[in-house]
Design a protein around this ligand. Sequence first.
Ligand code: NOJ
Length: 958
Amino acid sequence: MAALAKRTIFTAVVLVVLMAAPALGVKKYLFKTCGEASFCRRNRAYADLAGSKGAAWASPYAIDPSTVTFDGGVLQGSIQKTLTDSTGASSNVEFPFQLVFLESGSARFVVDEKQRAESPIPGFPDNLTQRRYNEASKWAVTGDLTPDISAVESTTDEERMTAVYRVRYGPDRQFEAIVQANPLQIKFYRDGEPHVILNDRGLFNMDHYRPKPSDMDNQDLSNELDVKDMWEESFGGKEDKKPKGPESIALDVTFPGYEHVFGIPEHADQFSLRETRGGEGNHNEPYRLFNVDIFEYEVNSPMAMYGAIPFMQAHKKGSSVAIFWANAAETWIDITKTKPNPESFGIRKSTETHWISESGIIDVYVFLGPDPTSVYQQYGLLTGFTSLPPIYSLGYHQCRWNYNSEEDVLEVDANFDKYDIPYDAIWLDIEYTDNKKYFTWLKSMFPNPEKMMQVLDKRKRKLVTIIDPHLKKESGYKVYEGLSKNELAVKTDSGDEYNGWCWPGESAWIDTFNPKAIEYWKEQFKPGKYCGHENNLLIWNDMNEPSVFNGPEVSAPRDTIHYGNWEHRDVHNIYGLTFVNATVQAMQAREPRQRPFVLTRAFYAGSQRLGAVWTGDNAATWDYLRIATPMLLSNSIAGFGFVGADVGGFFGNPTSELLTRWYQAGAFYPFFRGHAHIESKRREPWIPGEPYTSIIRAAIRLRYQLLPSIYTAFHRASFDGVPIVRPMFLLAPDNEEAFGIDDQFFFGETGLLVKPIVQEGATSTDIYLPDDEIYYDYWDHTIYQGIGYKHIEAPLEKIPVLARGGHIIVRRDRQRRSATLMSHDPLTLVVNLDSTGNAAGVLYLDDGETPAYSRGAYLHRFFMFNAEDNILRSRSMQASSGANKSFEKSIDDIRIERIIVVGLDSDRLKTNHAVEAFQDRKSWSADIDVTKAADGKATVVTVRDPKLLVAADWSIQF
Ligand code: NOJ
């Protein structure tokens, strides 16, 4: 009895404890594994079958040589699948393909399904488009898809006999594609070496259209490995009717000689992608791309998250290449690495990948580099570059779920001033609305939002409001009523408005694939209608995966229908992009024209054109602080570099130490925002008290000091795609030891090497120098040199940052309340000399807010310190035009107020107390302070107020 009583009490206590403090952790059962997604399971089994047969594997797919033509930069023809039934009789299914060589230097391989593309299929569901979904590129790609008519076919007669075709293309025709009909294979060469091979392992596979057999038992399904769930399937008790039957596509891609592949965000995993077929340190599941609201996501996992960019980069010593898989359906990617094969690809391992999507066409772009920056440019030329954000959006953002009232907002705002901490935007989460009805206000708490915005505006601060895509189904709620009446919502398979559950309860989802829905959305944001005519409004789009609380995998059912009669399954990963696109258009339509700022949670390839993104609901633990760095790196190399993670961790309560270390890391996140869950305690920078508040203040101030350089890096990203947060291989492309290092990064154009502290109690760290360049401790100028780890002290007040020699950092050292208030402040140049005594840097400046820069109203300057003559020069990088002249005039008050040269040999100074400045054919001397090299620290020469102008050509003789 006693024992039983004891056990009962124990069980009750455990239950109470569990209920009171639910363990943090993803609810895995809500999301499919590959085995639970029938198309993934089948294609994986197909890969296993092919693998088990080895060289004897004979794929049923081959190009029919009689169909192949090459003309105007396009090689095209037909792929045939041979089906053999149980009697041995064979038949063919046809898949037209095109291999397009683009003017931008990339190649595109597209495969469709003939019967669905060309002739009406009797019995095909008449509420659906018969074609396979082929519009992923339409949404993702804004660049030029013109074929390159100068691509040349160089097939020899002998090759033609064996149905092998060769095309030279790209810059100086250095690239070559070699297409083989049977076995079907496309090899991409650069300078005579293969870099990307499509269908190397023969896993190309496309489910052709078949009506559901009325009697499954009596069908000849001998060509199928696994017929379970092909015509309908269910998950978590939810049925998917699959009216078009199985329609998966798959292809394998090998990167010969490449041991490391990166990208395919979003996953909370290391930067160099792991193998996914088991083994120590590897995953057992493929990486999944399927935008989901993954509550309490786990780290080190290949599980799907909020966003999907099917872009993968392979990097090895001397070369970088990449592919983009333009498909918007659920996608799984298996990764395996082969043993080194000296006979074929040298001593390195190769990476084999297997791409599997639920529906759509095969549409894959191949980028042949040769280096990382070329790859980013080639990808950006297609999917667009980060649009230049307003400069204030690069400052610090203060968010929480929720600031509860106008008083609350204004008190937080005032506290930033009281504690002398700059910030630029305060955020309102969903509770500001009347019952989660977007575009309305909870009047009892926000009786006069416009006035509140005006108070913020006086201090040059912005208000961000959250607007989600679900609209509460409630009569009298005008936004919903208009949506419903005009049939602009996502529909069910029977054509009715689809309703599901989200924050407001029963809701409808705006279908932003529909141009009319975009117009409708624009209406809602009209000045006067929303937030009056205030001009300091920024927008946050959340839950746009879309998140549907009662839907399969917390999202919309796959058989719901979008504009164009496409099923949700076809467009799922793009929905979030279309929603942000509508919001951006709406904000652009507000007068006076400002550059909009919109934050999104869901994303796809191309979302970088529209705004910023964050990594969703992390938690206040050291693990999440640690995983943020590789996540930022993955997003950055996949084109979406305006990315951040919730500083402090969304769920839970950070210790003061964790919060402080997170601010120090966050100061280097491209998007820098503190955010917290509704149940977490308040944690604004002044809450932890001393010494933490002062250290957090210092981190945020550092961010503001660096804004000119950060903005310059964004400007660069906006035209060539080189990200803000940069992996080691960008600066040290040949150091193989550094390819897998993902706990440190280079920051923009500054040459700063940042290593966030992510261990509790740590007071020092080891930073890896990936190259032989000289590095200076950013704070005390201690010199470090030589490839390998260097131990540096990092007490709580110190962010481990080294400045790589050779770069010039531009800062604004005056402390202000917000970024906008700094726009006419003088500048400081920090010149970190390299081991040969040289350094260079760039400054981009414009009005920071309006689109006037696109008409030439900007300043672009180049600074260079030349070791030979000991002169620092400033020169313009732009052609003179009326617009830039008048912009220059508007900033003719901006001075260079200080120049700090680190690493200059003091013996080379003409005098120890002054240097000579030259500008506008005049010269004068400027005072200097010299701190001579000692104790392993570099010499530092500081020029005090040289009275030079930022908009002029000048030089300084040291
Ligand atoms: C989910 C978002 O990820 C989170 O940041 C936000 O606070 C909540 N939705 C409430 O809007």
